[in-house]
Ligand binder design. Structure first.
Ligand code: NAD
Length: 260
């Protein structure tokens, strides 16, 4: 049985109810975890509002502003967690961004700034998170860090474009983090989720078609659900996965194994 009783961790990437991170946070709370939820500040404060609502239903979780492009925001967020908890057991990185314009262009026309932005937010950001989490996880005797990826990292998926190399970088970065932090019993993995309708995926042209193809061609002949992705993520974040590190685990109803 998986239990998070006495465990403390931070979930990045709640934008709204449909976010994968929301599904994970709900399950972690049900299993007894104490949570901090972060939001990316936006001019209208929509994300903050949504995160505060979720935090209330997750045992009044801590709410922290954290734009992952800003080192100061990351540092401050981890300082607040350290002040409250002293130690940390898990981190979920469920964050990605690419400029819609860059997603719509032919891949070879991706702008330098668009490439940089996608890489910075979607891949690089896991490094400073690991850097700040590691000392707190050492105090807990170890920990687990999970990132969210997509099969577009290894296959040329129509319209995924600039996000493909960003996800490839994320997966590779997680392997290097697993190697660096393994001696401290800190595990680092990614979940490769099947296509799901969320705010992020709405920026991908013809996403409806991608979803349809994924459902038709998956071994289970259907699309995965947020709850299923969340269950597997919770497993990787938990002690039940104590022997697993440096992996990317597909939770896509078997889409990735099919030859057509
Ligand atoms: N939806 C899918 O089909 C799918 C499939 C596989 C992997 N993923 C990945 O899952 C993760 C979560 O995406 P989602 O589908 O739940 O969509 P989502 O839009 O709900 O979540 C993306 C999150 O990234 C956050 N974000 C963007 N820029 C940020 C910044 N600068 N600082 C901090 N946060 C920032 C957004 O605020 C949002 O909360 C992403 O890494 C995404 O690439 C999604």
């Amino acid at each position: 049985m998986i239990s998070f009783s006495g465990k403390r961790g931070v979930v990045l990437g709640v934008a709204n109810q449909r976010s994968i991170a929301s599904g994970v946070a709900k399950q972690l709370h049900q299993l007894g975890a104490e949570l901090a939820l972060t939001y990316a500040p936006d001019p209208k404060g929509r994300f903050e509002q949504n995160v505060r609502k979720l935090a209330e239903s997750c045992g009044n979780a801590m709410v922290l502003p954290m734009d992952v492009r800003e080192d100061a925001a990351i540092e401050k967020g981890f300082a607040e967690m350290e002040a409250k908890w002293g130690a940390l057991d898990f981190v979920l990185h469920s964050v990605a961004y690419a400029d819609r314009g860059d997603l719509e262009k032919p891949f070879s026309s991706t702008s330098r700034d668009g490439w940089r932005m996608a890489q910075e937010v979607s891949a690089y950001s896991i490094l400073p998170l690991a850097h700040h989490a590691a000392p707190l996880m050492r105090k807990a005797g170890g920990g687990s860090l999970v990132g969210m990826t997509f099969i577009g990292s290894v296959l040329a998926v129509p319209n995924y474009n600039v996000m493909g190399p960003a996800k490839a970088a994320l997966e590779s970065a997680v392997r290097y983090l697993a190697r660096e932090l393994g001696p401290d019993n800190i595990r680092c993995n990614t979940i490769s989720a099947g296509a799901l309708r969320t705010l992020s995926s709405s920026g991908i042209r013809n996403f409806g078609e991608m979803l349809k193809v994924a459902g038709e061609h998956a071994a289970l002949e259907r699309n995965v659900t947020i709850e299923e992705v969340a269950k597997a993520t919770v497993f990787l974040l938990s002690d039940a996965a104590s022997g697993i590190t440096g992996q990317s685990i597909y939770v896509d109803c078997g889409f990735n194994i099919m030859a057509n």
